[in-house]
Design a protein around this ligand. Structure first.
Ligand code: AMP
Length: 224
């Protein structure tokens, strides 16, 4: 197995972003988080940001064609040519099909779809304490993963804030969108034999250890 092409799946607040940060450190892979890309586009007031904003503010998904174009463009660049971690994409079965086809055109395929799962109750309590840094979106939790200095990012010193869509009403909506539109993606990867499940109710360290062990096994299998 020469390249690691990974996607992270799971409900909002299950800890995908935290795990992605650790995997990026472990494997030095480019990290493409569609939520971060879209939030940056909204901040920069680009065409993409203008189109995406109303959907995001409501807690709805942006249209498939919009987000598929963004990701396919990024996969076509050198940046992701030796592997990648996708977080927050695919969120629908048509997106998963588009990703499979785009990779096939590049003569590549996914290594694994890592599902970090957590109950709705756990998600609600986690998201209320979640804070992200304004500079790069590094993720913290006021109780379970606090920064060394209150309100300041350990990694780049920028301010920590609560995301607009982390308000309880919007989280409820995002959870129902997840159950309706994203859960079928789990079945898609299960059928393809690519799904690996992790218990997101456990501590970030435990989930990280488990993911690393799984990737090590996959690597071994690839070499046999
Ligand atoms: P996230 O940070 O991954 O929770 O994403 C924040 C918001 O961005 C979501 O609630 C959606 O409105 C939008 N978004 C992110 N990724 C996607 C995607 N793959 N498909 C559609 N909408 C997305």
């Amino acid at each position: 197995m020469s390249e690691l092409n990974l996607i992270l799946l799971g409900p909002p607040g299950a800890g995908k972003g935290t795990q992605a940060e650790r995997l990026v450190d472990d494997f030095d892979l480019p990290y493409l988080a569609t939520g971060d890309i879209l939030r940056q586009a909204v901040k920069d007031e680009t065409e993409l940001g203008r189109e995406a904003k109303e959907y995001m503010d409501r807690g709805d998904l942006v249209p498939d064609d919009l987000i598929v174009r963004v990701i396919v463009d990024r996969l076509n660049t050198d940046e992701a040519s030796d592997g990648f971690i996708l977080d927050g994409f695919p969120r629908t079965v048509p997106q998963a099909e588009a990703l499979r086809d785009a990779l096939a055109r590049l003569d590549r395929s996914l290594t694994a779809a890592l599902l970090v799962d957590a109950s709705d109750e756990e998600v609600m309590s986690r998201i209320s304490g979640r804070r992200i840094c304004v500079k790069a979106g590094h993720v913290y939790h006021v109780e379970t993963d606090p920064p060394k200095n209150d309100g300041i990012c350990d990694q780049d010193g920028s301010r920590l804030v609560q995301r607009d869509d982390d308000k309880p009403e919007t989280v409820q909506k995002r959870l129902s969108v997840y159950h309706d539109q994203t859960e079928p993606v789990i079945g898609f990867y299960e059928d393809a034999g690519l799904l690996r499940r992790f218990d997101g109710n456990r501590s970030p360290e435990e989930v990280h250890d488990h993911i690393r062990a799984t990737l090590a096994t996959l690597k071994l299998e690839g070499e046999l």
